[in-house]
Design a protein. Structure first.
Ligand code: C2E
Ligand code: CA
Ligand code: CA
Length: 729
């Protein structure tokens, strides 16, 4: 290593001739070098071990250890491998010069020494040493860089035969040493994937013959069999005569980067579950396809495929299995497009038909170049068939259906978004028409859809702008006429349409998600009314509130109820929560847990519309409830006997057997009331006693404490005297 301080480069002279050694030292010290001396090889090596030198002058002929041997040993040490060694040889013959180089000498100086030249030779060697050192270092740096970048270099000789491969390239290609030692160009070409091999060969040749540089990414199968993606860059090497001598290139393994990019692309463009394009990517693809169809004046069809009742599939088999069912369906969709016999038709949708997953259980599909709408209908029916193939599932068989909406391009819409929207509306119509079928889009759907949207907006305002009212319908003990409770029933006081019944807007609220804020309002209003009644000193009768499925499933329900009780200082026994069977059946386990939780808090639970749903005895046993409400449909004709009568009678018996309170709803006539009472159902609710009334009117009833059947002439009970008032303390 060349020293940069002012003592000058450190030299070591090893020579057994003291005279010569002294003169050399003198000359070189005079020239500014820091000179050390050793009188034989052993002493010299010892000095070198103590501290490194920048250059060695080494006599060949020495006793014990000659100069060749010293040089050889020096070269084997880590430090000594690079230090310049000048051999002092008295034997000016080519054999000893040869031997000196073989031993690793950098250069030689023959004796007798020309003292004037000695200094120059030493200086020259030192300079060369520095240059070599820095070249070595930069080569090492390059190798390290190549190593890090997973790249290697190669050189292909102009004769077309010689292929020199850097150790780094050998690593990139997982090449065994024997291949690297005698690399032949063909060995390396053979690694390239069939599809790319000729391209690479042609490019390399063009670089060699015409000096044309190139860059290319291609796949290789490494010597160890692994397939990787590489990026290669090469250019011709031209000598000082302007002749092309070789092609030099670097080859970089970019597999990891490519894979990472692919992953990112997949995540951005594809649905993780099915591997199908996602909504956004699908729209991007549809645009150009439609443009192309426009140029060809060809038609397209957009199909919106919405799986029917998929939620209950998920409920029944769990989400993980539900996911695999969706994957299976997406595979069927793709397959039935591919094998479509429409492909026999020259104008038929081709490979360009595209499927994508656009919602949790919805897919879209674009049929390209269809001749007419009949073709689209054919494909839709084929898809419905494919979807309906039974799916073996554990010991069961699952048969799924879908509703498919079809929108035509350019008739219904001319862009991806418009087409999808129309197809979705048509699918919605197919669903309403009974599912498991296809429907074409028509303008009326559009009108209906916008009307629906307008109603939704309207309802949203109703909730926030105070257009809702809460009415109360008395629940009565038919034997005594005593009011035992009230059902809270919501009304919409519409600024233009007047009083709108819940039968009209509850379904809309449920579909749009507005049911949650609506229920919040009902619960709060019911609690506020209860508080007011208590403050007025009225008798407290519990209020029943209807809970729709989203409200019942809402994890915030418990906290919300507790907060309301606290705020209005009410006892949980003030509230009865009315739920329907179908609501409970969508997830029985969870429903049971939720019911238990609510009852432990002190709320009572009533099973509404009993008789219209599953009415499964097994489930009735499992659900922890307090009350059964016999649906009006059984009540209406019960008194005539017959089937409805039998059902009503057995429901009453069943409820009593389970220790439940049984309430008959929709009691309109004395005949019905008497029949029910006779069969043990005293709790009744219906127009016979009271219609749903605004809170003040209901409170007036409460004040009387009792209600009378509306048609006194048919009354089976004597008219009650004025009721006793019970006050709450
Ligand atoms: P529901 O829970 O079965 O409520 C009983 C319905 O029967 C009420 O209709 C009531 O007015 C009606 N009704 C009562 N007695 C008689 C009768 O003697 N004859 C006849 N023909 N009908 C009678 P309404 O108020 O129109 O409510 C309809 C449905 O809307 C309710 O059925 C309930 O499912 C739902 N609903 C009402 N208010 C709410 C609410 O606040 N939240 C939720 N989630 N749903 C509600
Ligand atoms: Ca109800
Ligand atoms: Ca009911």
């Amino acid at each position: 290593m060349l020293k940069l301080d002012d003592t000058g480069p450190r030299l070591l002279i090893i020579d057994d001739d003291p005279l010569l050694r002294g003169m050399a030292a003198h000359t070189l010290r005079h020239a500014g070098f820091d000179v050390n001396e050793a009188e034989d090889g052993v002493q010299g090596l010892a000095l070198i071990e103590q501290a490194p030198f920048d250059l060695l002058l080494l006599d060949v002929m020495m006793p014990h250890l000659d100069g060749y041997e010293v040089c050889k040993r020096l070269r084997q040490t880590r430090y000594g491998s690079r230090v310049p060694v000048l051999m002092l040889t008295g034997l000016n013959d080519s054999a000893s010069v040869e031997l000196a180089y073989e031993a690793g000498a950098t250069d030689f100086i023959s004796k007798p020494i020309n003292w004037t030249l000695l200094t120059h030779r030493v200086r020259y060697s030192l300079r060369a040493g520095v240059a070599i050192e820095s070249a070595t270092r930069s080569r090492e740096r390059l190798e390290r860089a190549h190593h890090i970048a997973n790249m290697g270099s190669w050189e292909w000789g102009a004769d077309g035969q010689r292929f020199v491969c850097s150790p780094e390239l050998a690593r990139v290609l997982a090449a065994p040493p024997e291949v690297v030692m005698q690399a032949r160009p063909d060995d390396f070409l053979a690694l390239i994937a069939d599809t790319d091999r000729e391209t690479v060969r042609a490019l390399r040749l063009a670089a060699l013959v015409e000096g044309e540089p190139y860059q290319l990414t291609f796949a290789i199968r490494r010597f160890d069999g692994e397939v990787r993606t590489v990026f290669e860059q090469a250019a011709a090497v031209i000598d000082h005569n302007g002749r092309q001598v070789s092609v030099e290139g670097i080859t970089q393994d970019i597999t990891d980067r490519v894979e990472a990019e692919e992953r990112i692309k997949r995540l951005a463009h594809y649905d993780v579950l099915t591997g199908l394009p996602n909504r956004q990517f699908f729209s991007e693809m549809v645009g150009p396809t439609l443009d192309r169809s426009a140029r060809l004046s060809a038609g397209c069809a957009m199909l919106y495929i919405d799986m029917d009742r998929f939620k209950s599939v998920n409920d029944a088999i769990g989400y993980a299995q539900g996911d695999s069912v969706l994957r299976l369906i997406s595979g069927r969709l793709k397959a039935s497009i591919r094998t479509s016999d429409l492909a026999m038709d020259a104008r038929a949708p081709s490979q360009e038909s595209m499927v994508s997953r656009v919602g949790a259980n919805a897919f879209t599909l674009l049929l390209v170049d269809i001749a007419d709408d009949k073709q689209a209908a054919l494909v839709a029916d084929r898809l419905l068939q494919a979807i309906a193939e039974p799916i073996a599932f554990e010991d069961r068989e699952l048969v799924l259906t879908a509703s498919i909406g079809i929108a035509l391009y350019p008739r219904d819409a001319t862009d991806a978004e418009g087409l999808t929207r129309c197809a979705e509306q048509a699918a919605y119509a197919a669903k309403s028409a009974g599912r498991a079928q296809h429907r074409f889009f028509d303008e009326a759907m559009n009108v209906r859809a916008s009307a629906r949207l307008a109603r939704e907006t309207d309802l949203r305002h109703a909730i926030t702008d105070g257009q809702l009212r809460l009415h109360y319908q008395a629940k009565v003990d038919a034997g005594s006429g005593l009011i035992t409770g009230a059902e809270a029933l919501v009304r919409w006081q519409h600024p233009e349409r007047g009083m709108v019944s819940p039968g009209e807007f509850i379904p809309l609220a449920e579909e749009s998600g507005l049911i949650l804020p609506l229920t919040d309002w009902v619960l709060e209003t019911a609690c506020a009314d209860l508080r007011r009644r208590a403050d007025m000193g009225l008798r407290m009768v519990p209020v029943s509130v209807n809970l729709s499925s989203p409200s019942f499933a809402d994890d915030g329900l418990r906290a919300q109820l507790e907060a309301l009780l606290k705020q209005y200082r009410l006892d949980p026994s003030c509230l009865v929560l009315e739920v329907t069977e179908s609501l409970l059946m969508s997830d029985v386990e969870r429903a049971v847990a939720r019911l238990q939780e609510l009852r432990e808090l002190g709320f009572r639970v009533s099973l509404d519309d009993f008789g219209t749903g599953y009415s499964s005895l097994g489930y009735l046993k499992r659900f922890p409830i307090d009350e059964l409400k016999i649906d009006r449909s059984f009540v209406t004709d019960a008194w005539r006997g017959g089937r409805d009568g039998a059902i009503a009678v057995s429901v009453i018996a069943l409820g009593r057997a389970f220790g439940l309170q049984v309430v008959a709803e929709g009691v309109e006539t004395m005949g019905q009331s008497t029949f029910l009472l006779a069969h043990g159902c005293a709790q009744q609710q219906g127009f016979l006693f009271a219609k749903p009334l605004p809170s003040v009117d209901f409170e007036a009833l409460l004040l009387d404490n009792k209600v009378l059947p509306h048609k006194p002439d048919q009354a089976v009970h004597p008219a009650p005297s004025s009721g006793t008032r019970v006050t709450v303390t």
